[in-house]
Design a protein around this ligand. Sequence first.
Ligand code: AMP
Ligand code: ZN
Length: 115
Amino acid sequence: MSQNCLFCKIVAGEIPATIVFKDEHVTAFRDISPAAPTHILVIPNRHIDSLHAATETDQSLLGHILLTARKIAEKEELEASGYRVVLNTGSDGGQTVFHIHAHVLGGRRLSWPPG
Ligand code: AMP
Ligand code: ZN
């Protein structure tokens, strides 16, 4: 666990969150400030700063994050309408919490390109 990392604290159960899925590798919970009817974050239980801090050794974990996002979309019944999975990376990418997380967004028509 990384000291003072908000998402590590959610994994450890030290900060409350609405957890929708958890296994030995990842945790998924509802975003505290939802940008869409479904807005869930999927994070690895082990701390990695960002996509850019990931390495070859994280390959299967990154795949697991994506497949968990897919599973959550299914649970939220988004497969027919579609959904978006986003990894904001670094400051221009809009990353504010430096523990890698995939946003799963759906339940409304999302615009493109993003702002
Ligand atoms: P990003 O801007 O990509 O780093 O996304 C960070 C996300 O974490 C934002 O959408 C926040 O609303 C969300 N967030 C921040 N604090 C919490 C929290 N305590 N529980 C759930 N989501 C959070
Ligand atoms: Zn962390």
